[in-house]
Structures are given as C-alpha cells and as structure tokens.
Ligand binder design. Sequence first.
Ligand code: SAH
Length: 281
Amino acid sequence: MFGWLRRKWREKGHFARLDSAAFPRFEPGSVWLVGAGPGAPGLISLLGYHALSEADVIVHDALVGPSLLELANPRAKTIFAGKRGGKPSPKQADITLKLIEHARAGKRVLRLKGGDPMMFGRGGEEAETLARNAIPFRIVPGITAGIGGLAYAGIPVTHRDANHAVMFLTGHDEKGGVPEGVDWDAVARAVPVIVIYMAVKHLALIAERLLAAGRSGDDRVAIISHAASPAQSVIETRLADIGQLILADIPTPAIVVLGPVSNYRAALDWYRGALRENSLG
Ligand code: SAH
C-alpha cells in the first residue's frame, strides 16, 4: 500500500529513507507497544506500519479497527484482548502475561492499542511489567483521540484566540465510577478546554460537578463519536444542556470536548465532505 509513496520518494531520490532497512529492527523476543491512532488506518505512524508488517503476534484491543489489521503480516497471529459483547475485558495481568509468554517464545510481539498507548491506555502499566520481566520493548506513540479525533471534527485542540492550555481528563476510573481523586473545583477553574475520555456514561454527573464548581453553563460541548471513521458523528450542545441528552443513545467510543475551541467547527468541519472511498483516512 505504500507503493505509490515509495515510487514518489524514489523519483525524488529519497527511497532509501523508507526502505525497511531504515527502520529499527523488530527483534524476535521483543514487544512493541504501538499506538494505532484514533480510527482511520492511515493515522498509524510509519513505525507502527513497519511493526504491523513484521510482527509474529499482534495483541490488540477493541479500539483497533479491522481495516488496520488487514495491513498486518498475513502470517501474524492476532489475539483480541478487549471487551466484546458486554463481556468483561480480559484481566490486565492476563494480557501482559500473554505478551511475556510470546516474547519468551522468541516472537516479535506487537501490542496494538487505539490512539496513543500511553494516554489512558495502560501502556505505562504494560511497559512496567515488561521492564520488570526483562523483556526488551519499544514504545511507538500514536495519535490520541483527544487530539486527532478533534481534528477530524474540525476542532483545534488549541487555538491562540481560545486557549493557552488544555486538560486531558478521564471520566472513568478503574472501579468504573467517576474518578475520585479529581479536585472538581480546580478542574473547573484550571483551563478553558477540557478533553474528556471515557466520559459518556457519567457525563451528566461530570457536568453537574463542573457546574457546581462554577463552570459556565454556556460553555460549548462537542461529543465526537467514532472519530476519524466513516461512522463519525458529532453532538454539539452547552454544558447546562447535557442533562437533556439521552446518554445511552450516544454511540461510543466518544470523546468529549468542553470549551470555546468547539466554535471553530462551524468553519473547519472538513471531514464530512471529504472523499473517503478506498481511503486510509
Ligand atoms: N489510548 C486511547 C484512549 C483509550 S481510552 C487514545 O489515546 O485515544 C478509551 C477512550 O478513548 C474512549 O472511551 C473514548 O473516549 C476515546 N476514544 C478512543 N478512540 C476514539 C474514537 N475513534 N472516537 C472517539 N473517542 C475515542
């Protein structure tokens, strides 16, 4: 699929830079923790693509789309390690054990995660366990939903006229509730733009806490579902009106952005009209 790019680079005399010899070697017995990006397969990095074509074993979560896995080495064994059909997700310890087991068997193990592996993705925990077990690993960052997903909805995560800071927040902790260690008063006051992952389930409660902490009810809210995929849809509302939404009807995964940057969407919503057929993006 990179044929055309290779040709182009070759014409320009740059071919060697995309040659597989230019990539770091995916050593047998090692694990690469790779971010797949938020949705469109073309949003994976060149290193991630290289890993897909070299891996012997691919352990992926539910956020990784099937069209990205189609780009993988057809001989690779793919293992699904996510939530499916409402069943509980496999235990984190079991997933990491699997990575270690395959690495010890001399396989090149690709741990493929949606977005960026280190952003609310437990990449840090998995890397810690690999390090503890002396398994060589590499981390390949990906485009996180809280930045790339917004871009696909025509929302800049920062804009000089809107915000000088941004906060990434999770709406969900490991016990399944609204995270407890969060100082909502501070959060409400800290920054103009708050990007909330895993927010839909508790969105009404989160909105209540922010309003109670003094955040303006007029604050713009955008909820982007299935970002960067043909199923992408966006709900725009105000913080004060979140209570009127039927949260159960909002398709997930969804990323929530609170603050004035959503205003740019009116002018920047490029993806709706973009050509998507046979496209990686
Ligand atoms: N590591 C991932 C985040 C994992 S947490 C990343 O960097 O993007 C899972 C949450 O990410 C989802 O609940 C949702 O809030 C967000 N998310 C991931 N992919 C998404 C997508 N394509 N569209 C909207 N939200 C997405």
